[in-house]
Design a protein. Structure first.
Length: 154
């Protein structure tokens, strides 16, 4: 392995990395469209820049992934709390890891990643768990309302 790109994946970043290893005719590669100027709108938490960037203005894609976010978040939060209550730390860590992908589409990485990292990697006691979990839950609940508002715009 010579290189690594972390999620959320950016098309321009991938193109640059690939072009370092192979010769690409620049006329073949599609130009990257800038993100929408309404990327963040009036939302407290969600940041639509990433979803707009990867969708390339495909509103059907944006609608679908927003629906997936709206469906997944409550389940993930509930599963995480159940895992903690049943002392299934391995499962809790898996949920925290998978939530990073789920929240990235709505631009929540910057806000939630420190708390999800704590839940995934730190030694957890009652205080550490609930501080990180309750912060995630609070942000996610507000973000869910914002995502529903965004979804209603379709």
């Amino acid at each position: 392995m010579n290189e690594y790109i972390s999620k959320p994946l950016r098309e321009k970043q991938l193109q640059e990395l690939i072009s370092r290893f192979i010769k690409i005719n620049p006329n073949i590669v599609l130009p990257i469209e800038p993100a929408s100027s309404t990327a963040n709108g009036t939302y407290q938490y969600i940041n639509l820049q990433y979803i707009k960037e990867v969708s390339r203005s495909n509103s059907e894609y944006e609608k679908t992934v927003t629906e997936q976010f709206i469906e997944a978040m409550p389940k993930d939060l509930q599963s995480m709390e159940k895992a903690w209550q049943s002392n299934d730390i391995t499962h809790l860590r898996q949920i925290a890891h998978s939530m990073k992908t789920t929240v990235s589409v709505m631009g929540l990485n910057e806000v939630l990643e420190p708390y999800l990292d704590t839940l995934e990697f730190e030694d957890l006691d009652q205080n550490t768990f609930y501080k990180s979990y309750l912060t995630c839950k609070s942000v996610c609940e507000t973000s869910l309302e914002e995502a529903k508002l965004f979804h209603s715009s379709f």
